[in-house]
Design a protein around this ligand. Structure first.
Ligand SMILES: *Cc1c(COP(=O)(O)O)cnc(C)c1O
Length: 463
């Protein structure tokens, strides 16, 4: 099966064997801290809260479906990444995972930088006051207008993705009388997946310039010779939802080899390398992600070792976590509409959202878990498939999970770890109204992206 739509790579990591599901937890009322955001809590009376507010109250006030984002958790994760990498490295949050003005403000306050990959993301970042020099601009086909806006705004770096783009950015910068800081994105011949990495067929993808065949070396040669460009380093992003550091190890080694070649050929030591994002999170209790300090330590050691053996000074490292920061900080709250047992198979639970608010299950066979959050239940576990309300049999939110057998229409269920690539990939399929994102903190809930309305739909449809 080909999976070709994710910006992180030609295929996607979280694909599990057909028919895979984990056994029911001993007690379905227990919310595993690994997959729920920091302030989510089930009280003794069975009610669940986030940021000190009961979810039933949140449903009343904001409706369902809705995403609830735990601001304390988001900020704590930003700080954990920043502190782990310290002043020797830069952390760029990958805005495509989820971007809004409130999020940009939190990033700014917590000392993170920001990756954008479209004019829309750049506009959002600048509108929320992110200093341009803390923004990196990505993408494999930036338009002339996007390049001009990025250069004019003074973004800290543009990550060059093709030979055409090297010329375009240089030309634009020269025309505007500027010298643009750039990195060159290379494909190192490694594509990392959840629990392993693949070292074949990885170059057959749209991103970056191949190290193989001297392509990347040629790109460096060109960039160094253009007045409009200041080449500050090499960029590599190997995949997403990665748990194993082995892929980063190979990637770092190959990038450092290129730095050594550049030094030998041009007498220049490029000062930076960016190892991309892609660090995995726990979608279910089976996943064991690494902590930022472990990742920082591992990457630092790998780069230092490779540079020592190549006789290079250690470059400044940057990383670009998206999912690992925002993914675990939100859950999607749904109301159960129908419960349909299929004898001998499973029970289909239909909710008031679906593939329009979470496309990842349909797109990548992504794994999620789900819990009953409006009450506690001691009923037996039943195997369920949580599906949406769209006209599509592939409209699945949670493929296999267990919910209590007394589940009934009107109950509230929540799917955790939906902070990344859910709202940002949401669609209007079936003219669904995209759900709001509500930030919750210290007993207060605040809409940061409002729910779409039918007026919004009709405003775009100009008749
Ligand atoms: C998507 C992407 C990221 C972020 O990936 P996550 O899996 O969300 O960490 C970082 N860098 C680049 C270049 C990307 O395309």
């Amino acid at each position: 099966m080909s999976r070709s739509a994710h910006p992180a790579g030609p295929r996607h990591a979280d694909v599990l064997p057909e028919g895979h599901y984990t056994a029911p937890a001993a007690d379905l009322n227990v919310l595993d801290a690994k997959v729920w955001s920091r302030t989510v809590d089930r009280a003794a009376d069975g009610t669940v809260s986030v940021g000190g507010i009961e979810v039933a109250r949140l449903a009343e006030e904001f409706g369902t479906p809705a995403y609830f984002l735990d601001e304390d958790d988001f900020r704590a994760r930003c700080r954990a990444w920043r502190d782990a990498f310290g002043s020797e490295a830069d952390v760029f949050y990958a805005g495509k995972a989820f971007l809004s003005r409130a999020v940009v403000k939190w990033l700014r306050e917590e000392g993170l930088n920001l990756d954008v990959c479209s004019a829309g993301e750049l506009t959002t970042a600048l509108a929320a006051g992110m200093p341009a020099e803390r923004i990196a601009y990505h993408g494999n086909n930036k338009s002339a207008e996007e390049i001009e806006r990025a250069v004019e705004a003074g973004v800290g770096r543009i990550v060059l993705d093709s030979f055409q783009e090297i010329a375009r950015v240089a030309h634009t910068a020269e025309r505007l009388g500027k010298r643009q800081r750039v990195q060159i994105r290379v494909t190192v011949g490694v594509e990392a997946h959840t629990h392993e990495f693949i070292a074949t067929a990885h170059e057959d993808q749209k991103f970056g310039i191949a190290l193989a065949g001297g392509q990347a070396a040629e790109a460096v040669r060109r960039a160094l010779n253009l007045d409009g460009l200041e080449l500050i380093g090499i960029h590599s992003h190997i995949g997403s939802q990665i748990f194993d550091m082995a892929g980063f190890e190979v990637s770092a080694r190959r990038v450092v080899q290129l730095l050594a070649e550049v030094r030998d050929e041009h007498g220049v030591e490029l000062p930076e390398i960016d190892l991309g994002g892609g660090l995995g999170i726990a979608y279910t209790s089976d996943d064991d992600p690494r902590e930022p300090h472990e990742i920082a330590k591992a990457l630092g050691e790998i780069v230092t070792r490779e540079c020592e053996s190549a006789g290079l000074a250690t470059p400044r490292i940057s990383v670009e976590p998206g999912r690992a920061i925002v993914g675990p900080t939100a859950f999607t709250l749904y109301r159960v509409g129908t419960v349909k047992p299929l004898e001998g198979l499973r029970t289909y639970v239909s909710v008031d959202g679906g593939m329009s608010d979470n496309i990842r299950t349909a797109l990548y066979d992504a794994e999620y878990t789900v819990a009953l959050v409006s009450r506690r239940s001691d009923a037996e576990p039943m195997l369920v498939r949580v599906v949406g309300k769209h006209c599509e049999s592939g409209d699945i939110v949670v493929k296999d999970a267990f919910l209590p057998a007394d589940l009934a229409p009107g109950d509230l269920i929540a799917v955790p770890a939906t902070g990344a690539y859910c709202r940002s990939m949401a669609s209007n399929y079936n003219h669904a109204l995209r759900p709001p994102v509500v930030a919750v903190k210290d007993g207060e809930a605040r809409v940061i992206v409002r729910r779409e309305t039918e007026e919004d739909l009709l405003r775009l449809d100009v008749g």
